[in-house]
Design a protein around this ligand. Structure first.
Ligand code: PMP
Length: 390
């Protein structure tokens, strides 16, 4: 029997249906909501063709500190930051990675000194991105170790602080928090794009990480990039990649170069024609989803959502609030939200994994339309169920 719900999605001609009792996985931040934008483009507009004789070499540009960075990718990264105004690129070296996940490891290798007697502490303010502890401690490095919540760090020892802004999971804009300062700061700016948050300035931190996964939705291409002020740090990051994987796939780099260029070319005209501008598409869809989520939460009175301030976005010219990639939700009465949602076939990630209160859950807002609609349907049903229970 095809137990099909009323949740339908028209993905540029492709309509999918999910069974009403389907398990919906909103645990990962899989950015499939962007598929519907990319489907609206003509087949030739962002198709990337590579011939059998192309891109065989390990090398891309021996003169660049990152010798395996494809010049076309470098160019389109610079154009994109220039067009959006979210980060400076002049005077920076660009290091490409297999996702920004690999760059996080490369950074830790590059900023630690090999003759230090003890491992350097790695911290981030809770709630922090749940992969930081995993990435830091996976191979039990002799160079660095995970030291937990940056708010709690009070040792008089060297440290690296991951500053995630806007934050995953909570969506808030953040700065470093370790008292006294003096550590090495790594700014993870995966979500500092106009669809998620107002762009209030062009950032110029020493080490800034970005990823195509959350910018364009092309998570499967596995391309991230670091903007690095100090050439020696950029060289050491490159060395890490050289030893681990001898570079980053050229097919992926060239495809992402093409995708970024398409965004830049369409990005010059915010406001018209409708749906043309990638960031406008993303912002409109996330704004709509957040409005629906807030309305549902308001109706059932069971959950708490963060509030975000109104700010002027230099890119769109609007005064707007953030519409983050994740909803950071807490049950008002202290119920274990992850369990509650799991009982309603919604998979989320619990607060403990982010070094935070287990009452919280992180829910991806980046799924396909049908998944989001089912999530909202079930969220309203939780209310009915609980009211029925008295
Ligand atoms: N940093 C943050 C804050 C993230 O949320 C993610 C993806 N979830 C990453 C880094 C890594 O992304 P990727 O490896 O796909 O580039």
């Amino acid at each position: 029997a095809t137990n099909v719900g009323n949740s339908k999605e028209n993905n540029g001609g492709v309509t999918r249906n999910l069974p009403v009792d389907a398990v919906i996985n909103l645990d990962h931040g899989d950015p499939t909501m962007y598929e519907s934008y990319w489907r609206t483009l003509g087949d030739d507009e962002c198709t990337f063709v590579i011939k059998g004789y192309e891109s065989l070499s390990y090398f891309s540009n021996p003169k660049n500190p990152c010798w395996f960075l494809e010049p076309k990718l470098e160019e389109s990264i610079k154009s994109l930051h220039g067009a959006v105004g979210n980060a400076a690129t002049d005077g920076y070296s660009i290091v490409v990675g297999t996702g920004s996940s690999q760059l996080l490891q490369a950074v830790l290798y590059a900023v630690t000194s090999h003759d230090q007697p003890n491992q350097i502490n790695v911290v981030s303010a809770a709630p922090y991105y749940s992969s930081y502890p995993e990435i830091t401690d996976l191979v039990r490095s002799g160079l660095y170790k995970w030291a937990g919540d940056a708010h709690q760090f009070d040792k008089n020892e060297p440290y690296v602080e991951f500053v995630t802004s806007p934050n995953n999971p909570s969506g808030v804009i953040r700065g470093p928090v370790v008292n006294g300062g003096g550590g090495i700061l790594v700014h993870d700016l995966a979500y500092y794009w106009p669809q998620y948050t107002p762009i209030t300035s062009s950032l110029e931190f020493d080490i800034m990480l970005f990823t195509a996964s959350k910018c364009t939705g092309h998570a499967g291409s596995r391309i991230g990039w670091a903007l690095v002020k100090d050439k020696e740090v950029a060289k050491k990051m490159t060395k890490f990649m050289e030893v681990i994987t001898i570079g980053v796939s050229k097919e992926s780099q060239l495809r992402v170069a093409k995708i970024l260029q398409v965004i830049v070319d369409r990005c010059k005209c915010f406001g018209s024609p409708e749906g043309h501008n990638f960031f406008e598409f993303g912002k409109n869809l996330l704004t709509k989803r957040w409005e629906i989520l807030r309305e549902t939460v308001k109706q059932n009175k069971m959950f708490i959502l963060p509030k975000y301030p109104l700010q002027h976005c230099n890119y769109t010219g609007d005064v707007t609030q953030a519409h983050p990639a994740f909803a950071w939700i807490k049950c008002k009465d202290g119920t274990d939200c992850e369990k509650l949602f799991r009982n309603h076939n919604i998979l989320t990630r619990g607060g403990r994994k982010f070094g935070s209160d287990p009452g919280f859950v992180r829910v991806s807002m980046l799924g396909r339309e049908e998944e989001f609609n089912l999530f909202i349907d079930r969220l309203s049903m939780i209310q009915i169920f609980n009211k029925g229970d008295g």
